[in-house]
Design a protein around this ligand. Structure first.
Ligand SMILES: Cc1ncc(COP(=O)(O)O)c(C=O)c1O
Length: 392
């Protein structure tokens, strides 16, 4: 009997850990278990491991090690950045205004929505049809009481890269703190916080072959934020709690390897992604690659298939051995159309017909061949069953 087909095309949801990452982490579960705050040699051993990881994370984004705050991942880093700036500035301003975009991940969108309920003014910048935020919209939205701009680097659904350099220049000229959720950018494209003019940057390890539940907030020296949690003195007093040493070590190793391999791995992945996009466009009528005209991270393809729901395609393809998602992973289970695609101007029916294919380092040409064979018949079958009629 042949091996059961299992193709993973959902790397924007999460990735498997590299073997080197697992090997590096392993001794820190048992042999080197000390609390990094302890003064004895058990503690010194883990403190040293954290220091090395901090350097590895910093090196990947061209930061200094003491600008890296370890957190539990992207969601916490986004909260720490946004709530941390607000808390630090609240004493010195009578009103506060935050600018973000309408295509952010819920970690930013919901945080801003929660703050709105607390009386903070928030502007959600629109997206162009090609999935980008327009710097002139940012310029127009700035007010005298704007304290923070938060815009993502790469969108999790479409992979579209935002014009972060231009946006940071506009914010910087007005002395406004600039935060970037780079969860879908770091590990996929080179990220240099100096070149991009970023004050605060969110990273998550599990999106680039590191462990889940660990991430970092980069904080440029001099950028004022308060802690969100109260507790001990860990992480410069900004993120109290005993450090998750194995995860931090794994995160550092994932950063080290990413720095070394990024360009070769992304070339491989971009070639496969392009093969998929050309292949499905040739084989299937009435599909659209969302954000195709924009700069995108090399691994992501968001495709809208008219008259079919993304969830139906995802489930059908799953039965055939393909793991991918409809819209964003975080929207799984709710059948609302993707807020990102709606913001890009797709109508609600089309926005519900989106499939996200996100590739990773272990994918092969054979995976692409299998998908190009399997996908067109799935579309044909589901279109036959679709209650949504073709417009004449
Ligand atoms: C753009 C973006 N920001 C934040 C997050 C949340 O990161 P984490 O899963 O580490 O909390 C994700 C996860 O999908 C994401 O894609």
């Amino acid at each position: 009997m042949g091996k059961e087909l299992q193709v993973y095309f959902d790397h924007n949801a999460t990735t498997s850990m590299r073997q080197e990452v697992i090997d590096k982490m392993s001794p820190y579960f048992s042999q080197h278990f000390g609390n990094a705050s302890s003064l004895h040699f058990f503690g010194i051993k883990t403190r040293e491991a954290i220091d090395i990881a901090r350097e590895q994370v910093a090196l990947l984004i061209n930061a200094d090690p003491d600008e890296i705050i370890f957190t539990s991942g992207g969601t916490e880093s986004d909260n720490l950045a946004i709530r941390g700036v607000l808390s630090a500035r609240r004493g010195s301003v009578s009103r506060a205004h935050i600018i973000t975009s309408s295509i952010e991940h819920p970690a930013v969108l919901e945080t801003c929505a929660a703050l709105e309920k607390e009386g903070i003014d928030v502007t959600f910048l629109p997206s162009s049809e090609s999935g980008t935020v327009d710097p002139s919209d940012l310029e127009a939205a700035i007010r005298p009481d704007t304290i923070l701009v938060s815009v993502m680097l790469a969108n999790n659904e479409t992979g579209v890269i935002q014009p972060v350099r231009e946006l940071s220049q506009i914010a910087g000229n007005k002395g406004i703190t600039f935060h970037v959720d780079a969860v879908q950018g770091v590990g996929k494209i080179p990220v240099d916080v100096d070149e991009l003019g970023i004050d605060l940057l969110t990273i998550s390890a599990h999106k680039f072959y590191g462990p889940k539940g660990i991430g970092a907030l980069y904080r440029r020296k001099g950028t004022k934020i308060d802690a969100v949690y109260t507790g001990g003195h860990h992480e410069y007093g900004l993120r109290p709690g005993t450090e998750n040493v194995p995860a931090i070590v794994g995160f550092g190793e994932a950063c080290r390897i990413s720095k070394e391999n990024l360009s070769a791995e992304m070339k491989h992945i971009a070639r496969l992604r392009d093969r998929i996009e050309i292949g499905i466009t040739e084989r299937i009528e009435k599909i659209k690659i969302n954000g195709a005209g924009s700069r995108r991270v090399p691994n992501t393809c968001s495709v809208t298939v008219t008259r079919i729901e993304g969830e139906a395609m995802t489930m059908y393809l799953s039965m055939l051995g393909f793991g991918l998602s409809s819209g964003s992973a975080c929207a799984t289970g709710d059948s609302e159309p993707s807020h990102v695609l709606l913001a890009m101007g797709l109508d609600p029916v089309d926005a519900q017909g989106a499939l996200r294919i996100s590739l990773g380092i272990e994918n092969t040409d054979e995976d692409v061949d299998a998908f190009l064979d399997a996908f067109p018949p799935v579309v044909e079958r589901l279109r036959e069953m679709s209650p949504v009629r073709e417009e004449s």
